[in-house]
Design a binder for this molecule. Structure first.
Ligand SMILES: NC(=O)c1ccc[n+]([C@@H]2O[C@H](COP(=O)([O-])OP(=O)(O)OC[C@H]3O[C@@H](n4cnc5c(N)ncnc54)[C@H](OP(=O)(O)O)[C@@H]3O)[C@@H](O)[C@H]2O)c1
Length: 304
């Protein structure tokens, strides 16, 4: 079968090559991949990992059920999150990390859900009940951000979204943001939870925007900038910063949460924002667009 490899330093940053078929463990199903998505983490690692096989978010059809009897039978449409090697014609995925895809949800839409959807969902959960809460989402037009806006809205929060460019505001408002602000606008200290994926000055601003008991869920640093944070920033309020890494949450329940997210998509309670869809053979176009901030939402790869 064919699989995608990283080729740092070469004219194209990836290459599709022939490899052996995956050999699934007893608890893994074999999936024929139809669509996948590109995450910022992969974008960051591709230039430094020669001959690496990337790919975490996959959507496709089960071609061989798990030998231990867990998971769905062959022919079932599924989504899954794997550690790597998902950008391939076939991949083995633990059945605890996959979910059956509702008929009405396309492979392309489903491929956006993995790392981005789980990060938004599990990050927001750190704020407890969001009914009536004030939630701030930085990087709101990005992969994680646009799910965070929608999920916080569905959960009953009053959502403020931060966007880098005014032209991104209307879509974010459509997705459920009650208010959209620019990166430079002042914010009053009223937020119970901030989903913070930008870092640097954005993190500093997020911290000052917390209310007395608020929490910044710090999951990313897409700006590549460092923040200056000191004890006086917390004077008079026990607000906190909570670090978040999706793979340090319970990976055994990824499947259950993916099923929940796919159900929301099916019922139209959230939507998948496919900002760009390209063939996996044209991944460099996706890499350039994501790196240059031309994508609203996610880059989806067709494994064709
Ligand atoms: N900890 C974890 O488990 C975890 C999980 C997923 C992602 N992450 C990390 O979280 C961050 C966001 O991920 P993502 O998938 O949402 O990324 P993304 O799709 O590229 O979105 C990034 C967003 O940040 C905004 N942004 C603001 N300043 C930026 C800058 N200097 N450069 C690029 N974008 C900037 C962009 O806004 P514009 O609309 O203005 O371009 C965009 O909306 C990344 O650092 C990623 O590695 C971590």
């Amino acid at each position: 079968m064919k699989a995608l490899f990283s080729t740092p330093g070469a004219p194209r940053s990836v290459d599709v090559r022939e490899v052996d078929e995956p050999r699934p463990a007893p608890h893994e199903a074999l999936i024929a991949v139809v669509a996948a998505s590109l995450n910022r983490g992969e974008l960051a690692l591709l230039p430094s990992r020669p001959d690496w096989r990337p790919g975490q978010d996959v959507a496709g059809t089960v071609v061989a059920a798990a030998a231990d009897g867990s998971g769905p039978p062959p022919g079932t449409r599924v989504i899954a999150v794997v550690d790597q090697a998902g950008w391939a014609e076939r991949v083995a995925a633990p059945t605890t990390r996959l979910a059956v895809l509702p008929e009405r949800v396309s492979f392309s839409a489903a491929a956006t859900l993995g790392v981005a959807g789980l990060t938004a969902l599990r990050g927001l959960r750190l704020g407890g009940s969001l009914l009536g809460a004030h939630v701030l989402v930085t990087g709101a037009s990005g992969g994680v951000g646009h799910f965070a806006v929608q999920l916080a809205h569905v959960a009953g929060a009053h959502v403020t979204a931060v966007v880098g460019r005014p032209e991104r505001a209307s879509k974010v408002r459509e997705l459920g943001a009650d208010r959209v602000v620019q990166e430079t606008e002042d914010l009053e200290p009223r937020f119970d939870l901030v989903m913070e994926g930008v870092g640097g000055p954005s993190l500093e601003r997020s911290l000052h925007a917390l209310n007395r008991n608020g929490v910044v869920v710090l999951y990313g640093r897409v700006s590549d900038q460092s923040a200056r944070v000191a004890l006086p920033d917390f004077r008079g309020r026990p607000a906190r910063i909570q670090a978040f890494f999706i793979y340090q949450t319970d990976v055994e329940t990824f499947g259950a949460d993916l099923a929940f997210l796919a159900g929301l998509l099916e019922r139209g309670q959230i939507e998948a924002e496919v900002g760009l869809e390209v063939s996996w053979r044209d991944l460099d176009r996706g890499i350039t667009a994501l790196r240059d901030r031309e994508v609203h939402g996610k880059v989806v790869l067709r494994i064709d």
